[in-house]
Write a protein that binds this ligand. Structure first.
Ligand code: ZN
Length: 219
């Protein structure tokens, strides 16, 4: 017996529609795009999108311009690796800072937290992450080659290890501590007050200042 199911010839319109992927509307696209922000789920993304479209299109234009500029122009400081739109960031260019003390942090946000919260007036080196061998993040990915070169220039006397107290942060501090001590330099670690597993960025400034002052030499 021949084919039992009847086949109807498709019209050109149907064929064309079938060939194209399902259309995502402009609003839906905006909602999806907003979800790349931390802590923004589908509901907040939808609220933000409708807020911009209903009440604040000017704000929306400004936002899109600012994001476009920032993602194109912001790179990493050539000295400390923090985010900046200049070749060398403002902190590294500040001559009044003490170049003999170098504070190692995981993120630009941690750098700002320490700078605002503790009165530290040395310089920084930003890892932009921490060691995480399972994710393929080794010494090179967090800039330790550059850090070694910096230490070998002979200006730095003390390295303050201000990585977070998560397991990865501790392992990273330990690794860098060994690097520092191999060069007969002083390595110190934020001592107490930082909650276990805490991300430095979220620690209040009093606690942070306390931990910074109470830093101890790495054993
Ligand atoms: Zn810098």
């Amino acid at each position: 017996m021949a084919e039992s199911r009847l086949k109807f010839p498709e019209t050109p319109q149907v064929q064309e529609a079938r060939a194209q992927p399902a259309r995502v509307g402009v609003i839906e696209e905006l909602i999806q795009a907003l979800r790349c922000l931390p802590g923004v789920g589908p509901k907040s993304a939808q609220r933000m999108a409708y807020h911009l479209l209903q009440r604040d299109r000017e704000g929306g234009r400004r936002l899109s311009l600012a994001i476009g500029e920032a993602v194109e122009r912001v790179g990493n400081c050539r000295r400390c690796r923090t985010l900046t739109d200049a070749e060398i960031c403002d902190v590294c260019r500040d001559d009044s800072r003490d170049p003999t003390t170098l504070c190692i942090v995981e993120t630009p946000a941690d750098m700002i937290a320490i700078d605002k919260g503790t009165g530290f007036k040395g310089l920084y080196f930003v890892l932009m992450g921490h060691l995480s061998p399972l994710d393929g993040i080794g010494p090179e990915q967090i800039g330790l080659n550059a850090l070694e070169q910096r230490l070998d220039q002979g200006e730095v006397r003390e390295v303050v290890l201000a990585t977070s107290s998560t397991v990865e942060g501790q392992a990273t501090a330990h690794y860098i501590g060994e690097m520092v001590r191999a060069r007969k330099l002083k390595a110190t670690r934020l001592a107490y007050g930082i909650p276990l597993g805490g991300e430095l960025e979220f620690v209040d400034s009093t606690t942070l200042a306390h931990a910074f002052r109470g830093r101890t030499e790495l054993e």
